[in-house]
Design a binder for this molecule. Structure first.
Ligand code: ADE
Ligand code: ZN
Length: 320
């Protein structure tokens, strides 16, 4: 089995329908509006985000989040993953009635258990939600800068890319960068190349979440390659959300051929009927990557990981 690493997965979006149904029973909540016949129900990005938010409200205490992280990482380890970075959202925690501290402590406990039981290393990337606006994203950055945790090693922004301009978030990203956090931002998923260019210019990330619509601008693709910016590509998510009509239209091969550093991740796997292993299989089947090329993708992800150098060396050594 090809060893894998994942650097783009939202922890709330990793909750399986079965686990969410279990949580719904625990709290006596009717979730038939978002889960039917064991699958999440949504039709476009807006309704996807809504279902995701409703599911997240069923994780209400430290142990719920420990269970979610451990369950996801156990599954990922079974798929051959040795490293995982998950996006976390203190806004979702607060909406569900948890303190950010309890949220992060619970997730860290789940990561610790998974490392002990399954040998998978994990880190967290704190995120702000773009559609909540610049003040909310700045608040998320300030919280994590003032409350550092050894397993929270990055800062990013998710949410609806169609809202607000990248420069509106410059201060939030400066706060996170000054706190020593790795920087990534969702761009070039729902909006085209100008969104990626704006993110690079104003937020100065080393990685871009998705970034795939950079393909619309050849000069931007050259810039990504020249500057060594790493793309967290999630092909299954892109097809599920109709960013591209089919795998044959997906720019992963063209970006890779142009020298852009590309990685593979699952984004919100049960929402998009995917998994990290499925993404590697998509790359094999549709993009022509063999075992060596897939292992090189894992190496790129580990080289771009927001992790201390000693851990990075240990992880890279496991690739042989
Ligand atoms: N939050 C969870 N999944 C997301 C995605 N694919 N794009 C933006 N924000 C998200
Ligand atoms: Zn994402």
């Amino acid at each position: 089995m090809v060893l894998k690493a994942e650097i783009h997965c939202h922890i709330e979006g990793a909750a399986s329908p079965a686990l969410v149904e279990e949580q719904a029973r625990k709290y006596g909540v009717d979730i038939s509006a978002i889960i039917r016949d064991g699958s999440y129900v949504w039709s476009d990005f807006t309704t996807f985000l809504r279902a995701y938010d409703v599911a997240s409200m069923l994780f209400r205490c430290e142990e719920d989040y420990a269970l979610l992280a451990e369950t996801y990482l156990a599954d990922l380890a079974g798929q051959g993953a040795i490293y995982s970075e998950v996006f976390i959202s203190t806004d979702h925690a607060v909406n569900a009635g948890l303190t950010p501290h309890a949220y992060i402590t619970g997730l860290a406990e789940g990561i610790r258990r998974a490392r002990e039981k399954y040998g998978i290393e994990g880190r967290m990337i704190a995120t702000g939600l773009r559609h909540e606006g610049p003040e909310a994203v700045e608040r998320a950055a300030r919280y994590i800068a003032a409350n550092p945790h050894p397993l929270v090693t990055g800062f990013g922004m998710a949410g609806d890319e169609r809202m607000h301009a990248p420069e509106d978030f410059a201060r939030a990203f400066d706060i996170a960068r000054d706190a020593g956090l790795g920087i990534t931002v969702h761009a070039g998923e729902l909006v085209g190349a100008e969104s990626v260019r704006g993110a690079l210019d104003h937020l100065r990330p080393s990685r871009i979440g998705h970034g795939v619509r950079a393909i619309e601008d050849a000069a931007l693709v050259r810039r990504l390659a020249d500057e060594g910016v790493v793309l967290e590509v999630c092909p299954g998510s892109n097809i599920a959300l109709s960013v591209f009509p089919s795998y044959g239209d997906h720019p992963f091969p063209a970006l890779r051929d142009a020298g852009v550093k590309v990685t593979l991740s699952s984004d919100d796997p049960p929402f998009f009927h995917t998994s990290l292993a499925a993404e590697y299989e998509i790359a094999r089947t549709h993009f022509g990557l063999d075992d060596d090329a897939l292992l090189a993708v894992t190496r790129t992800a580990l080289e771009a990981a927001f992790v201390d150098e000693e851990t990075r060396r240990e992880l890279l050594a496991r690739l042989g």
